[in-house]
Ligand binder design. Sequence first.
Ligand code: ATR
Length: 273
Amino acid sequence: SPRYAVFGQPVSHSLSPAIHAAFGRALSIPLRYEAIEAAPADFADALAAFAAGGGRGGNVTLPLKELAVPLCASLGDSARRAGAVNTLVRRGDGWHGENTDGRGLVRDLTDRAGLDLRARRTLLIGAGGAARGVAPALLDAGIGDLYIVNRTGGRADALADALGQPGRVHPRYLDDAGKLGEFDLVINATSAGRGSGLPILPRSVLAHRAVAVDLNYGEVAVRFLSWARAAGAHDVVDGLGMLVEQAAEGFALWHGVRPDTDEVYRQLRSRNA
Ligand code: ATR
C-alpha cells in the first residue's frame, strides 16, 4: 500500500500515525503511515529518500513546517499565505505543499465547539510557525480585528505584513497585551508551555463570554487554559480537535474523501483529558 509519514523532531509522541490509521480503517482505505524523525539539517534528504521509496504524502510538524516551504515544487494558497507547510502531496515528481492547520482550527471551533467566530475581536499570542498556520484561516472565517502579540516584536510585524490586511491586523509587543482592551477570542500560539512559561496576562484581556484557545494539547496546554478558566473564560478549547481536523483535511487531499472525525476525537479525548 502507498506510504505516508509525519516528519518532525521529536516525532515519537506524534498522534498522526494513529489518527490516519483509524481514518483508513474506518473507510477501508489501506495505507502505511509512519513517523520519521528528522533534524532540520537532514529534512531535505529524509524527504527525498521518502519520495524515492514510494512516499505519496506527508505531514510536517515541529520544527520543520517553515523549512518545508522551499522543498515544495508548488504551494497551495493556505501554505503560501502561512509561509509554512503541514501537509505534503506527491504530484508528478515533486511535492505540493498545503497548510491545513488553520482550516482545522476553524472547523473545530465552529463545528465541534459550536462557536460563531464572526466579528470576534481576536488576540493571537505568538508569531511563530503555529501562529502563521492559523492566522489566514481565522481572517477568512470573519473574525474582527486581529491583534498579534509576540515577545519578539519584529516577528509580529513580519506576520502582520505577510497577512496583508493592515486595517484589520495589528502587531504589538507581548508585554503590551494588557493595554489593548478586551478580546472575544484569545489564542495561545506560543510554545511557551513547553519551556520557560508564558507571562501571565491580566484577566482584563478576556471580554464577557470570551473563548480561550491553546493550539497545544495535553500537558503543554494546561498552564494557559488553567489561567483562562480562572480568569473567567466562557469556553476553553485545547488543540486536540484542531489536530484531528487538520489530519482529516490532509486525508481528504491524499485519498479524495474526508473522514468523519467524531469517533477518533472521542478516543483521543478519553486519553488526553
Ligand atoms: P511554533 O512552530 O510552535 O510556533 P516557533 O516558530 O519556534 O514554534 O515559535 C514559538 C513561538 O512561541 C514564538 O512566538 C515565540 O516567541 P519569540 O518569537 O519571541 O521567540 C513564542 N515563545 C516561546 N517561548 C516563549 C516564552 N517563554 N514567552 C513568550 N513567548 C514565547
